[in-house]
Design a protein around this ligand. Structure first.
Ligand code: NDP
Ligand code: HEM
Length: 521
């Protein structure tokens, strides 16, 4: 596989090819002052201590100390590339968004990621893959920040930080904790659908070229007549699905921790551009009141038979970033970035994400993160936000118009962009999100799709993931699997019992005799 090949790098020039010193551009300090010597620091005598006035040295060391920014709290490890979305279908009856009109071609950038691992984590890990897309449309940026799964682990955002804590390191052991994961999941049966996908073949893709993407949430589309429709976005890989088993992935990680980075980068360098068919499922606004499931529940899909996916185009990734840090690490997505003709929905998880991402970026990158080149819209940006750290872009062209309303021809609102009113009713209260929600039916529909081999791998992946989880927690989780399907519960139980027989201390990923031996005295 690709992981064994060396990643191509730009070839350095040979001695003969190198231009003479005088033909090369002048190196400078960051203030533009020419640098005379970048090899030797300024010292008192050849062996002597250094002089404080060696500003070049000080600037260089000071910059190095500031090279890292906080990694993303989740989805820290990622891979990305630039591309283009082309719309070939016609959904103009449902949306006025320019980016979705027939024939539209929109520049974009994608970042894929794992969720739990830190910035240096290995790529070939069993985890959900982030699938975040930023489209630079004529009406500002549209960000669709999805995953490679159509559903999620929780349906109420109040549970999201707790869920993430179970995926990250235990505060005392500093290790990932299977007990925490299964304790939380077994007490949160709304997670069953996503857990089943995570533990299935699709939970460990060989590369992000071989995954689907899903906007996951329900969003809305608004047409020129001001009518609202509910929508789900899907992106189907044209490369086909490809997965690794746990054992195969262990071998891959032993050879390279960067298998996805290598695969995506190399494919694009070779002109083998990955593509995804872009689809929508559309639901008339009033259907939301009669579907047997809550269409705004992020733990549910809309069955294809009820709302068939409609092909509307393709996106292709065709350019690697020149500077990973500037273009991928500083890339900042937010579900709050939407364009006229595309809107939100009452999905509680989406509502929380509308707040959370921009807040995370202000902390991670800074107040004016949207003005960095990779985040900046390719259409006009005109607002009245003032000052702040790193305010490096100009004010509105009319310097007197620094507040609103004003009499100096500053930018103004336009009511044509108002969304149609959304009827909402109900008493403000903390409603139990479990009431009236079936957590078992859709996982059952998925389980019934799996063939015998897929089921066996699902059982074994779950048993392996149980690790050292105490029996009473495993039993609680087995109860949920059995409620999904008796064969699901029985299959996992058999695999768990086998794992306990053959690998009695599964909490430690390497068996005792394979761990680093103590140094002999
Ligand atoms: P369908 O039979 O029409 O759709 C089944 C879909 O399941 C397929 O189109 C495929 O989605 C997806 N799928 C197939 N194999 C796997 C796998 N190993 N892991 C994850 N997904 C897989 O039935 P329904 O629409 O009624 O859905 C039945 C179940 O399928 C759902 O409960 C859900 O778990 C799953 N599913 C449904 C999706 C939807 O939007 N309706 C989307 C994805 C999964 P795809 O074409 O997207 O690859
Ligand atoms: C990243 C919050 C649910 C997909 C992040 C980040 C935060 C966050 C704070 C880091 C942002 C950064 O520092 O750049 C939340 C909250 C959620 C939630 C509060 C629920 C209430 C989801 C869901 C999905 C998702 C449901 C997918 C459907 C992603 C992706 C990234 C991300 C893909 C990485 C984006 C990138 O590549 O930069 N999330 N998240 N998240 N989240 Fe979520």
């Amino acid at each position: 596989p690709n992981v064994l090949r060396r990643v191509k790098k730009a070839a350095p020039l040979t001695e003969e090819e190198r231009p003479a010193m005088s033909d090369k551009p002048q190196m400078t300090t960051s203030a533009g002052n020419p640098i005379a010597d970048n090899q030797n620091s300024l010292s008192a005598g050849p062996r002597g201590p250094l002089l404080l006035e060696d500003y070049q040295l000080i600037e260089k060391l000071a910059h190095q100390n500031r090279e890292r920014i906080p990694e993303r709290a989740v989805h820290a490890k990622g891979w990305g590339a630039h591309g283009t979305l082309k719309i070939t279908g016609d959904i103009s009856a449902y949306t006025k968004a320019k980016v979705l009109q027939p024939g539209a071609e929109t520049p974009m950038i994608a970042r894929f990621s794992t969720v739990a691992g830190e910035l240096g984590a290995a790529d070939a890990e069993r985890d959900v893959r982030g699938f975040a897309l930023k489209f630079y449309t004529p009406e500002g940026n549209w960000d669709l920040v999805g995953n490679n799964t159509p559903v999620f682990f929780v349906r109420d955002p109040l549970k999201f930080p707790d869920f993430i804590h179970t995926q990250k390191r235990h505060p005392r052991t500093n290790l990932r904790s299977p007990t925490a994961m299964w304790d939380f999941w077994s007490l949160s049966p709304e997670s069953l659908h996503q857990v089943t996908i995570l533990m299935s073949d699709r939970g460990l893709p060989t590369s992000v070229r071989h995954i689907n993407g899903y906007g996951s949430h329900t969003y809305s589309l608004i047409n020129a007549a001001g009518e609202r429709f509910w929508v789900k976005f899907h992106f189907k890989t044209q490369q086909g699905h490809a997965h690794w088993t746990n054992d195969e992935a262990a071998g891959v990680v032993g050879r390279t921790r960067e298998s996805t980075q290598e695969d995506l980068y190399e494919a694009i360098e070779a002109g083998n551009f990955p593509r995804w068919t872009t689809q929508v499922q559309i639901m008339p606004e009033l259907d939301a009141e009669k579907t047997p499931y809550n269409p705004f529940d992020l733990t549910k899909v809309w069955p294809h038979a009820d709302y068939p996916p409609i092909d509307i185009g393709t996106f292709e990734l065709n350019r690697n970033p020149d500077n990973y840090f500037a273009e991928i690490e500083q890339l900042a997505f937010s579900p709050s970035n939407i364009v006229p003709g595309i809107g939100f929905s009452p999905d509680k998880m989406l509502q929380a994400r509308i707040f959370s991402y921009a807040d995370a970026h202000r902390h991670r990158i800074g107040t004016h993160y949207e003005a960095l080149p990779v985040n900046a819209p390719k259409s006009a940006v005109r607002h009245y936000h003032k000052d702040g750290a790193m305010r490096f872009f100009p004010n509105n062209p009319q310097p007197d118009a620094y507040y609103e309303p004003n009499s100096f021809s500053g930018p103004v609102e336009d009511q044509r962009f108002l969304e149609p009113p959304l009827k909402i009713s109900g008493d403000a209260a903390r409603y139990n999100h479990r009431d009236g929600n079936d957590d078992y039916g859709q996982p059952r529909a998925l389980f019934e799709l799996f063939d015998a081999g897929q089921r066996q791998r699902l059982f074994h992946n779950i048993a392996a993931a149980f690790g050292d989880t105490p029996d009473f927690i495993v039993e609680r989780q087995l109860g949920h699997f059995t409620r999904v399907h008796p064969d699901y519960g029985a299959g996992v139980r058999a695999a768990w019992e086998e794992a306990k027989r053959t690998h009695p201390n599964p909490s430690i990923s390497a068996p005792e005799d394979e761990r680093t031996p103590a140094v002999a005295k």
